[in-house]
Write a protein that binds this ligand. Structure first.
Ligand SMILES: C[S@@+](CC[C@H](N)C(=O)[O-])C[C@H]1O[C@@H](n2cnc3c(N)ncnc32)[C@H](O)[C@@H]1O
Length: 219
């Protein structure tokens, strides 16, 4: 009986430790209760690079419609980069084709008083990026949803993200930091064609996990 109790205690403690180790926060930017899971380490590295480079113009495709609620599932990108922009006198431009998504993201942005440093736009991302004229210090690509098994959706998503990079390429510079979401997925994820194009044009993969970071300088 004693042996069984000891075994249960060991298993419970091991499960607790596993949970704590896998709980990945973005402190001090956000409180410990927000878990960023598989995106945490790449987000942390991006924030370090933005600090180091004094980024001022941040652009993302695909808004965080759930604000911080889906930090683990989706990444809460608009809040993460909007908060960083607010604290660093920078500005985040965030575009999404779905008006409901931009409206919900707007509620979350306003609730956190980030509105002075975040512009939310409802538009197709390729059209929006093609009209963008400022030099972009940080670009985050996370629009057209990928699919684990449907290859036609996978190809459409990859083609869309390639069009995004082609549309904004003229605004990128040597110090630009690029982050692409959902890359560690079957058949190369959202970044497959973008990464092929960028690496053929002098960019290097700086960090490759679930998300991929690319830089043009040595980093
Ligand atoms: C995965 S979600 C973005 C998640 C967000 N980055 C976050 O951290 O929570 C993808 C978003 O891309 C948007 N989207 C899909 N196709 C698009 C397009 N052609 N142009 C702009 N946004 C698009 C969808 O409406 C959706 O809100």
């Amino acid at each position: 009986m004693k042996f069984v109790i000891a075994l249960v205690v060991v298993l419970v403690v091991a499960a607790l430790i596993r949970k704590i180790v896998r709980y990945k926060t973005l402190t001090p930017l956000l409180p410990r209760k927000y878990n960023f899971g598989k995106r945490r380490d790449t987000l942390r590295e991006v924030l370090r690079l933005l600090d180091e480079r004094g980024a001022k113009v941040l652009v993302e495709t695909g808004v965080a419609r759930m604000g911080l609620e889906k930090s683990k599932g989706d990444g809460a990108s608009t809040i993460v980069f909007g908060l960083w922009s607010t604290q660093n006198d920078a500005h985040l431009y965030s575009v999404d084709i779905d008006p409901e998504a931009t409206a919900k993201a707007g509620e979350a942005v306003n609730a956190m008083e980030l509105g002075d440093h975040v512009t939310l736009v409802t538009s197709d991302s390729v059209a929006y990026l093609a009209d963008f004229t400022d030099a972009v210090d940080f670009l985050y690509l996370d629009s057209y949803d990928y699919h684990k098994t449907d290859t036609s959706i996978q190809q459409a998503s990859q083609a869309h993200h390639l069009k995004e990079i082609e549309a904004i390429e003229g605004c990128l510079h040597d110090g630009t930091v690029i982050l692409i979401d959902d890359c560690d997925m079957p058949n190369g994820g959202k970044g497959k064609l973008v990464i092929e194009r960028l690496t053929a044009n002098g960019w290097t993969v700086h960090m490759s996990e679930y998300q991929v970071i690319l830089l043009r300088d040595a980093g």
